[in-house]
Design a protein around this ligand. Sequence first.
Ligand code: FES
Length: 211
Amino acid sequence: MPLPYSEKVMEHFRNPRNVGRIEDPDAKAVEGSPACGDMVAVYLKVDPEAQRITDIKFESYGCASNIATGSIITELAKGKTLEEAKKITWKEAADALGGLPPIKTHCSVLAVDGLRAAIQNYEERHGLVKERVPTTVEVVRKRLKHVMNPMTGLDLVRTKIVRDIEVSDGKVRVAIDLPADHQFAANIREEIIEKIEPLWDVDEVVVEFTE
Ligand code: FES
């Protein structure tokens, strides 16, 4: 039986707004859903004076609900200040779409998480983070839970390919259980660096693979 989607969901799914990527964005984030393994990427352009989102785009690798929610949150966030955009909730997004089936809640949560992660990425890149928690192995591990293992669609930690993490004097070393010439090694390295490097007290990220 097809899921009972509202007219509005179907309209945003068929004609999603703000789809694509921004070349040279001021911030970006890729978030994966632990519930279904789907992913969403959010790109931002921000006016640094007003701290206002001037442009926003998203790419969804998820289902119809995720595409529709990605579309609506980009509409809701465009023109808002970072502080205002942070307050957009998945409930607000789902309501703006005329509701979503309860089984699809995680899809709108994923889109909103993507937006929040992109805002966080902007704040980290621009030294705007208020709570400066020192980076520890646990902090790094938590971030690696948001890096997908493209072979499985689940994150690196859950798929147990993170062999070791070391943090010392602003240097983070992550050892991954994959051969260095693996087809996804370069992509995984790039995603790890993108997630860890913006941390306020990290100067260098080294990703090692097995020989
Ligand atoms: Fe994965 Fe909807 S089922 S985002």
